[in-house]
Design a protein around this ligand. Structure first.
Ligand code: UD1
Ligand code: MG
Length: 459
């Protein structure tokens, strides 16, 4: 559907305290698949190309503002919070008046789709209504506001469940809390709100009755999509919505050609990209700004955050990768750990129980078993034997280890940095290397073996 939306402003309500989350963190900052809850509706609105977006904050206003300071939205602070109608009153002066329509929605509806808002606006335009409300029919309408209509199906008012008569309570069409208003009408109607309800708040929903009082038309759009408006008030709802978001993300990747062995047990955050024909086993966590190339194999229990992985990479079970770069055809794990700023080049291999930190492993390096490589530059084709340790830290400072191309480091070697092993050099197993090894030399730094006679006591 192509509808121009530049003449619309949006007001997003996100000031409430959200007592039921029982959290120190503002509700709209709770993460859902790597992004704070509020990011979802804000990005949906941004995608619509609206003329203006105003976000009403209150509870933990500073924290919310600073998390979204890079978004093209304006913030207004509602303090104290006297209800949804009061929140829009506080937002009203920020509206430039250039936009004819105002969409109002809550900040806790991450599943809301752009198309739903387009349809709502289309209905608003087609009917010429002063106010258009998005509704949905629920078998269990719970605590939602009820849509009261006359016998011709015209919307008369919205009644909160706590203020409703038994007859009104039995209505199953409810208010999603998402509306489109004509701006002049909205601004005027906001002035008429009174806190005469059970919560003694100013209810935005009373604006609907205000339109009827003025004989202005009110429209409604009943959506069939029972999920997209779903709000989050408790951690139970947070988990339910997060699992729907997760499923949407996973389906997108599968439709792009990624195999997820068990999508219900795969956790891919919203910013992650994955190339076609990559296969991901269960219980993997792909987080932050991670990208994975094509034809990779990611075995069970792998966690990757903020990293760039090339194509045809094999990541075996239990591997953890953070803020690192992995080139094509690298093999990792099982149980490898790449800590920040690890840079593994073409076809490097890092095996079982190997930890790498802030190091470059050039093409074809092999470090297959039980090794720590930190603050090091390991040249092309170097073989790092089992149990090799770069001793990069003296308790105060970190020092660099350089191993030049083609060198061979025997098993159980300690390389005491700063130190350089020259090109093609060889280090004997069990050595503690404290001095540079020149190119093509063999360094052995260990006690010589002596075989002594044993005196066996005969009793
Ligand atoms: C509201 C609607 C109800 C609808 C439901 C849909 C009213 C009076 N009722 O009820 O008809 O079915 O949403 O989810 O509007 N907020 C502020 N400032 C305030 C109060 C609230 O910014 O002073 C924000 C909250 O952060 C929240 C949103 O407004 O994002 C909704 O407030 P909430 O108190 O949850 O309203 P509901 O009782 O859910
Ligand atoms: Mg609510």
């Amino acid at each position: 559907m192509h509808v121009s939306l530049t003449n619309i402003a949006a007001v997003v309500l996100a000031a409430g305290k959200s007592t039921r989350m029982k959290s120190r963190l503002a509700k709209v900052l709770h993460p859902i698949m790597g992004k704070p809850m509020l990011a979802y509706p804000l990005e949906t609105l941004q995608g619509l190309g609206l003329g203006q977006i105003v976000v009403v904050v209150g509870h933990q206003a500073e924290a919310v503002k600073s998390q979204f300071s890079h978004y093209p939205v304006e913030f207004v602070v509602q303090e104290p919070q006297l209800g949804t109608g009061h929140a829009v009153q506080v937002a009203a002066p920020a509206l430039t008046g250039l936009q004819k329509c105002v969409i109002v929605l809550c900040g806790d509806v991450p599943l809301l789709q752009a198309d739903t808002l387009r349809e709502l606006y289309q209905r608003h335009q087609d009917t010429g209504a002063a106010a258009t409300v998005l509704t949905v029919e629920l078998s269990v309408p719970g605590s939602y506001g009820r849509i009261v209509k006359d016998s011709q199906g015209n919307v008369l008012k919205i009644v909160e469940a706590r203020d409703a008569t038994p007859a009104e309570l039995s209505i199953r069409e409810i208010n999603t809390g998402i509306y489109c208003f004509q701006q002049p009408f909205l601004l005027e109607a906001l002035q008429t709100l009174r806190p005469d309800n059970d919560q003694q708040e100013l209810y935005l929903t009373d604006v609907i009755a205000a339109a009827r009082d003025r004989n202005l038309p009110v429209a409604s759009l009943k959506t069939a999509d029972k999920q997209s408006f779903q709000g989050i008030n408790t951690r139970v709802e947070l988990a339910a919505v997060a699992s729907l978001v997760r499923r949407q993300i996973n389906e997108k990747h599968m439709l792009n050609g990624v195999t997820l062995m068990d999508p219900d047990a795969t956790y891919i955050e919203s910013e992650v990209s994955i190339g076609a024909d990559t296969v991901i086993f269960p219980n993997c966590y792909l987080m932050g700004r991670t990208s994975i190339g094509e034809e990779c194999l990611v075995e069970p229990n792998v966690k990757i955050s903020d990293s760039r992985i090339g194509s045809r990479v094999t990541i075996k079970m239990g591997t953890v990768i953070a803020e690192s770069q992995v080139a094509d055809e690298v093999q990792l794990g099982p149980y490898a750990h790449l800590r920040p700023l690890s840079d593994l080049r073409l076809k490097a291999r890092v095996g079982n129980f190997v930890e790498v930190k802030k190091s470059v492993l050039h093409a074809g390096v092999k470090a297959n078993h039980l090794t720590y490589i930190g603050d090091a530059d390991i040249g092309e084709g170097v073989n790092v034997g089992a149990g090799t340790i770069t001793c990069n830290y003296d308790g105060k400072n970190k020092f660099k280890t350089t191993i030049e191309a083609g060198a061979f480091i025997g098993s159980n070697t300690a390389l005491v940095a700063p130190v350089t092993v020259g090109e093609g050099a060889y280090v004997g197993a069990g050595s503690t290397i404290t001095k540079d090894v020149p190119p093509h030399k063999l360094a052995v730094a260990r006690g010589r073996q002596v075989n002594l006679d044993r005196k066996i006591k005969k009793s």
